[in-house]
Design a protein around this ligand. Structure first.
Ligand code: 4AZ
Length: 687
């Protein structure tokens, strides 16, 4: 035999160890073959082929001294202590001659022991043999006598050096790789409903079963098992009934498994899970009739979302199941709030875990925010609080100096649009405009020839500038109107005007500074300082700050286009600190009533007269305006007011006169304000 033999010698023994791999075949011969073998010999060969094979020995030639029972010389063949034969002789007629038939060892090992005695009268050549590995057919090589079991319980497949077991259809090879078990269960039941029964049901279940049935449906669905009434699984009594050898077990994740046996059907089992495992086990003994179940699936149920204050949850179902949606809508005037955040809409879905994917929002009352402030007015709360929905506010102007143009108050409600809304208008808060033409001494005491001293607050629109010794009339809380020649040359400077006074040295006047002086563009600046053409003698003055309106300083109204033009016999009142009765100026504010004439009734002394002016005066007493009155008003009581609330409008601006003042023949000339209404409005709006 080939290979390397190592001899390990320890203190107490020597062991012959073959480190080599067993070979598949080889040759073995007696010593010196084909020369005669030596006498007095004992030699042993340990032959080996790989595991799973039998070793077969075939003699090519054998020539060993024949003797009865091979007493002198012999070759003994032993396999694992089993004696296979003792051989000698030269041909097949010799009793102990091995013949041509090969010797097959039951295992993969074979020992040859060659022994010779000390006398060699006739020389013999010995033997030469061939050995080889022969595959064992394990599938057929078991023996009934030895009571060894067949290697496979069902199908055996012989392979070179080994074998494989297999199972019939419907059976599975067990982990021992030898035996087969009924192939039950397996696969996954994923349909929404189905039926599962024990193998052979309703016939008796096979023994030695272990069937595993997995039911796995979509998350969001729960499985219900409904066992049929015909149910029997062997039960043993061991200190009470137990499911020891045969049992059915239902397992659900995160729950303790339930084991069933006996004759009573478990009936309906709600697993509350989308996965359930059913295991059926029988051992090799006993009897179980089996079982059957029908499983169904139901959608997971979410808790009722509940009600919401000032809003609605839709749709309203008796129960809410997986994939159902709910929406929340707030009542009018309420908004959807998710914590501190407002949201436009809200939808929540019943999830597969039986929870809503979002918790319900809140419906909070909306608010319109703080109402906008009103210039020259104030806002008052009438109803509600915190600017909330349906709160009511009212705007009022600072009376009596300011008022809305049309209504006494403006009422707004906080609407669902979150805007302060007026019941029936365009929601624009009207401006508070100064009330014009009112005074605290409405009656001017009839006709006063030659003029009279005014009372405080009687002509509250009267302004005065000492710079050019002229007057002006306040027409709003920023603007005054005057004659162009009073402010001519001062357009790019600042002038001071006084208001709220009737005495130049004694009163505490209100001092007004000009911001803009705008002379009518068609005013002809000829002979500045001593003009000879007073056409368009009109100018507007804007004050640098709001005039603090009060009882003694208030604007006069502008006339209307429709008021009709200046006419003969109409009376107007003129006022100013100008000269009178021979004096150059007056420290007191004086007024007088003048009659208006058509221009052709007044002598202009040769200076040009246009339709932009009218003349007025007094035929008998010579009531007139004079130097220092220029720019001041000629005003009329307005039509349509009772005497208690009489208002006044400025019709004329003191402009010029052809001769000395107070002449009964030559009257004074006044700028016709009515001709400039558009220019006044535009200029005030654009500056
Ligand atoms: C002036 O010199 C003046 N009698 C104003 C008005 C009249 C005359 C002169 C009218 O400012």
């Amino acid at each position: 035999m080939g290979g390397i033999h190592l001899i390990f010698c320890l203190l107490w023994a020597c062991v012959n160890v073959c480190e080599c791999e067993p070979v598949m075949f080889g040759e073995v011969s007696s010593p010196l073959y084909p020369q005669p073998y030596p006498a007095d010999l004992k030699k042993q060969w340990d032959l080996e082929v790989p595991q799973g094979y039998q070793i077969q020995l075939t003699f090519n030639h054998l020539d060993i001294e024949p003797s009865p029972n091979c007493y002198y010389d012999s070759l003994m063949v032993v396999s694992d202590k089993k004696f296979l034969g003792k051989f000698c002789g030269q041909n097949s007629t010799d009793r102990y001659y091995p013949g041509n038939k090969p010797i097959l060892a039951p295992g993969n090992r074979l020992q040859l022991v060659f022994q010779t005695d000390d006398s060699n009268h006739v020389s013999h050549l010995g033997f030469t043999a061939f050995y080889q590995a022969v595959d064992i057919d394990e599938c057929t090589s078991f023996s009934v006598e030895n009571e060894s079991d067949p290697p496979c319980s069902q199908i055996c497949l012989n392979t070179l050096g080994s074998y494989l077991c297999a199972c019939h259809h419907g059976y599975q090879l067990r982990p021992d790789q030898r035996t087969c078990i009924l192939d039950c269960g397996g696969g996954v039941y994923s349909e929404p409903e189905g039926t599962i029964s024990s193998p052979g049901y309703p016939n008796t279940s096979p023994l030695d079963l272990h069937c595993v049935y997995n039911i796995s449906v979509q998350p969001g669905f729960t499985i219900t098992l409904n066992f049929s009434q015909t149910f029997h699984i062997e039960q043993v009594y061991n200190q009470g009934p137990t499911c020891l050898f045969h049992w059915l077990q239902v397992s659900v994740p995160q729950k303790a498994p339930q084991k069933f046996c006996g004759g009573k059907s478990p009936g309906l089992l709600h697993t509350d899970s989308h996965f359930t495992q059913v295991e059926y086990h029988t051992d090799r003994h006993g009897q179980s009739q089996g079982w059957s179940l029908h499983y169904t699936t139901q959608r997971v149920q979410c808790p009722n979302p509940g009600r919401i204050h000032n809003g609605r949850v839709t749709p309203n179902f008796a129960k809410y199941l997986y994939r159902d949606y709910i929406q929340v809508r707030c009542d009018q005037g309420y908004k959807l709030m998710m914590g501190e955040k407002e949201i436009k809409s809200f939808k929540s879905m019943c999830q597969s875990d039986g929870e809503w994917h979002l918790t319900l929002p809140e419906c909070k009352i909306i608010d319109c925010g703080a109402p906008k402030p009103l210039q020259n007015g104030k806002v008052q709360f009438i109803n509600g609080s915190n600017n909330e929905y349906l709160s009511v506010i009212e705007y009022h102007c600072n009376e009596p100096y300011y008022a809305f143009e049309k209504t006494p108050k403006a009422r707004y409600t906080c609407a669902a649009t979150r805007k302060w809304t007026e019941d029936d208008s365009n929601n624009i808060i009207p401006p508070c405009i100064p009330v014009c033409g009112e005074n605290i001494e409405p009656a001017f005491g009839g006709r006063v020839f030659g003029g009279k001293q005014a009372q405080l607050g009687q002509i509250p629109w009267q302004l005065y500038t000492s710079l050019t010794r002229g007057g002006a009339s306040l027409i709003s809380d920023y603007w005054a109107i005057t004659a162009a020649h009073v402010v001519d040359g001062f357009e790019n400077t600042t002038m001071s005007f006084l208001g709220g006074l009737i005495h130049l040295t004694q009163d505490k006047p209100i001092k007004l500074e000009t911001e803009k002086i705008i002379i009518h563009p068609n005013y002809k600046r000829v002979d500045r300082g001593n003009p000879t053409n007073f056409d368009n003698d009109i100018a507007l003055i804007k004050m640098s700050s709001k005039v603090p309106l009060g009882p003694n300083i208030r604007p006069v109204c502008l006339p209307k286009k429709t008021d009709g033009s200046v006419m003969e016999d109409m009376m107007g009142t003129i006022s100013g600190f100008g000269g009178f009765e021979g004096k150059l100026k007056s420290d007191n504010l004086r007024y007088g009533h003048v009659q208006e004439y058509p221009n052709d009734k007044c002598d202009s002394g040769g200076l040009p007269v246009t339709d932009n002016m009218f003349c007025a005066g007094d035929d008998k007493k010579g009531v007139d305006s004079c130097q220092g009155d220029s720019g001041g008003p000629l005003f009329h009581p307005m039509l349509g007011y009772g005497s208690a609330e009489q208002r006044y409008e400025v019709r004329g601006i003191v402009s010029w006169g052809p001769t000395k003042c107070g002449d009964t023949i030559f009257k004074g000339f006044y700028t016709k304000v009515q001709n400039y209404l558009d220019w006044i409005k535009e200029t005030m709006a654009n500056n």
